[in-house]
Design a protein around this ligand. Structure first.
Ligand code: PMP
Length: 391
């Protein structure tokens, strides 16, 4: 017998924005805060408590490195994927001006890339902005056509945060290397959702975030390849530095939390994916009875946890209001809610009116079947209600 429970409201379907910290991760983080625990500065080399804290950081470094097939010495801690993206682009281009002044990226990257590339244009670097195909992906041919002798860096994301579309990062890295450029990918949304292996995929720089995979906010990492050694100019200067690229006291509890979250992801991602795929299919099936629902997400080339849908004839903001018991994103998901249509949707050719009618639903480890069923009821009700209003 299956029992149905009423989910607590609002129903959280915004996992691509952030995930709750897994209780097992929170338990690990608690160990590194108070006076009776391992609170010491991992940079304190003069006493045992400092060495022990350093060991905690090094264990987490191994856990994060293992998740992407890297050597632990290639992991540089940051405050999140935003800082990792900034460090990759600014740090690499400034340190390697003699290599070339050209950067290739795309119009639908996360703002942490787009705004950083715009800042680099102001500094005199030349940026080529690739327009993706309708399915949100960049093909190797598109990239090849943009490559030049002075292209120093290519930055293309692994999984798009609004569409869920997946790029073939191994094929894109190959093209970048044919032209002697370094390849960076923002994998904040990709960890645990697609296979990542920096050696097999030949990735040079990879941005990671703690809070997209049931870890804490305010921590992330940049993978920086060591052979051949990639030089980056630091953005943050000071003591206790990581390979001369990043300074400041490391947040032991957050780093330990990110390590534990990545370890759990390695162990549980197959179960997570099966659970989420089941929920996504149930959700899509439940929407079949509703007319005028258009998937912006390329369903055959996307991660199952992100679903961007347009509701024809309905204003996304009004739908968001009517759906106040369902936590979802609209507009450009990273600045949700916004009255502007998402630049990502416009960037893949979604017409402006449809882009304004779109919402991003994203599911996660703690989403239940009851959450999905209840959300479907609320969506059907809200959509039919809004469609009966005089226009
Ligand atoms: N890149 C992508 C693809 C993202 O989805 C996000 C989070 N919205 C970020 C970068 C920024 O990550 P963080 O919050 O760790 O700075």
């Amino acid at each position: 017998m299956t029992t149905t429970t009423t989910p607590s409201l609002p129903i959280y379907l915004d996992y691509a924005a952030t995930t709750p910290v897994d209780a097992r991760v929170a338990e690990v983080m608690q160990r590194y805060l108070t006076a009776d625990q391992l609170f010491a500065n991992p940079a304190s080399r003069s006493h045992m408590l400092g060495w022990q804290a350093e060991q905690v950081v090094e264990q987490a470094r191994r856990q994060v490195a293992d998740t992407i097939g890297a050597d632990p010495r290639e992991i540089v801690w940051t405050s999140g994927a935003t800082e990792a993206d900034n460090l990759a682009l600014i740090g690499y281009l400034r340190a390697n001006r003699e290599r070339g002044m050209h950067l290739v990226t795309s119009t639908i990257e996360h703002k942490a890339i787009v705004d950083t590339a715009v800042a680099l244009e102001r500094e005199g670097f030349d940026v080529t902005w690739l327009t993706p195909a309708h399915d949100g992906t960049i093909s190797p041919e598109m990239l090849r056509a943009a490559m030049r002798d002075d292209t120093a860096l290519v930055s293309l994301m692994a999984v798009n945060n609004e569409l869920g579309s997946i790029n073939d990062i191994a094929a894109l890295a190959k093209v970048a290397h044919e032209f002697g450029a370094v390849f960076h990918t923002d994998a904040a949304q990709a960890v645990g959702r697609i296979p990542l292996d920096v050696v097999a995929q030949k990735i040079d720089l990879m941005s990671l975030s703690g809070h997209k995979t049931y870890g804490p906010k305010g921590v992330g990492a940049l993978y920086v390849k060591r052979h051949p050694d990639i030089r980056l100019e630091a953005l943050i200067h000071g003591g206790g530095h990581e390979r001369g690229m990043r300074s400041g006291t490391l947040p032991t509890h957050q780093i330990a939390g990110m390590g534990e979250a990545f370890l759990l992801m390695q162990k549980e991602h197959a179960d997570d994916q099966a659970h989420i795929t089941h929920l996504q299919q149930r959700f899509l099936k439940g929407l079949e009875t509703l007319d005028g629902v258009v998937a912006n997400t390329p369903l055959d080339r996307a991660v199952p946890n992100i679903l961007n849908l347009a509701f024809e004839g309905i204003d996304g903001e009004s739908l968001l209001m009517a759906l106040r018991d369902v936590a979802v994103s609209t507009g450009s998901a990273c600045n949700s809610a916004s009255v502007d249509p998402s630049y990502v949707l416009l960037g893949v050719g979604v017409p402006r009116t449809l882009a304004l009618s779109s919402l991003r639903f994203s599911f996660g480890r703690f989403t239940t079947q009851d959450d999905i069923d209840h959300a479907l009821t609320l969506i059907r009700h809200a959509v039919s209600g809004l469609r009966t209003l005089p226009r």
